[in-house]
Design a protein around this ligand. Structure first.
Ligand code: KG4
Ligand code: ZN
Length: 335
């Protein structure tokens, strides 16, 4: 079965045709990063308007390798994300489904990220997922493709958001994550001793994250410095705290649940310190599935892959994600 997926929840417009949830047959992506750079963050209006301009040329591109008439179903991210942007991808996929008399499959963007390493690996259940992106920081117990339990989440900023905001304070550009990752290589991670998220003392916080304290600490420490700002050292110190927090909470969840199979997904899953640290875990008996770099950020292959699951394994039984947030969709009033 071939499914065409569209991803347009934020600053990537992407279309991909995937066979049986595994094999990418044709894909195209336009990143809007350069358009948002002057604003050091994504501007929703610019994002939506640009998706309008790019979605059809991308569709033409993917259909050159695989004709649309041979597609069995059409899918799109329907949330969470920027509503104006989501509507472009969703309505494009719905229109194609309508015109070609094929099903339209709504896909939760978070569930799509959770699916991303499954595109390239057979991953046993149950497993733990660390989902770290610009908008979310979650530890999820994945019992099956349709049964999840969210064990922990951020109580304030998402980890990617913290990377982006610290990069903005240091005037490094957007998006901050990859820039901080790169600059940190030459920095001293012990330059500053920065706070590491929530303490584990409270049982309820064993899996939860907090990044606003870390961000504020960088802000105030920066004000104490003179003109000579050692950006590499600051980046390395910040990155160490941000990633240590992810690893610590993930370890808590693994120890408590006794689940050692772990997937890491979302934009921040591309972080080199996180990936290196988890490689060491592999040597301690953990089964780590890092998402391939090209599938960490937003992409349509994960949407088409997840749509295959929705179609073949049914809806998310626990209502932990999609249908909890979109009750109207359950009644058929899809976006
Ligand atoms: O998953 P994603 O593409 O979009 C969302 O759904 O949010 O994640 C984007 C986030 C941005 O905050 C970006 O700075 C961060 O992922 N990111 C990174 C790295 N590459 C991207 N953060 C840390 N290290 C990286 N190498
Ligand atoms: Zn995302």
């Amino acid at each position: 079965m071939t499914i065409l997926g569209i991803e347009s929840s934020c600053d990537e417009c992407s279309i991909s045709i995937v066979e049986d949830g595994k094999k990418v047959l044709s894909e195209a992506l336009f990143s809007q990063i350069d358009l948002h750079k002057p604003f050091s963050g994504v501007v929703p209006e610019i994002s939506a308007r640009n998706h309008v301009v790019t979605v059809l040329p991308l569709l033409e591109k993917v259909s050159m390798l695989f004709p649309l008439k041979n597609v069995d179903a059409f899918a799109a991210s329907i949330g969470p994300g920027l509503i104006g942007s989501l509507i472009i991808g969703s309505m494009t996929a719905r229109s194609l489904a309508y015109a070609l008399k094929k099903p339209f499959i709504p896909v939760d963007h978070i569930e799509a990220h959770l699916y991303s390493p499954h595109l390239v690996n057979e991953i046993p259940f149950p497993h733990l997922a660390l989902l770290c992106s610009g908008g979310h920081t979650l530890i999820v117990l994945v019992k099956s493709f349709v049964e999840y339990k969210i064990l922990g989440t951020t109580i304030d900023d998402a980890v990617g958001e913290a990377f982006d905001k610290v990069a903005k304070m240091l005037d490094l550009g957007y998006p901050g994550g990859p820039i901080i990752d790169r600059i940190s290589i030459d920095g001293n991670e012990n330059f500053w001793d920065l706070p590491i998220g929530l303490s584990d003392d409270q049982k309820t916080d064993r899996y939860n994250f907090s990044y606003s304290g870390l961000k504020t600490a960088v802000f105030y420490k920066l004000r104490e410095l003179d003109r000579d700002i050692p950006k590499a050292d600051i980046c390395a110190s910040f990155q160490k705290s941000a990633i240590t927090s992810l690893l610590r909470k993930l370890k808590n969840a693994s120890v408590d649940s006794k689940i050692k199979t772990i997937i890491v997904v979302g934009g921040v899953a591309a972080n080199s310190l996180l990936r290196k640290s988890l490689e060491l875990w592999s040597k301690e008996g953990f089964e780590i599935y890092n998402t391939p770099l090209d599938l960490c950020g937003d992409n349509a292959s994960m949407v088409a892959g997840r749509a295959y699951v929705n179609l073949n394994f049914g809806e998310n039984k626990t209502s932990a994600l999609t249908y909890a947030r979109y009750p109207l969709i359950r009644k058929g009033q899809r976006l």
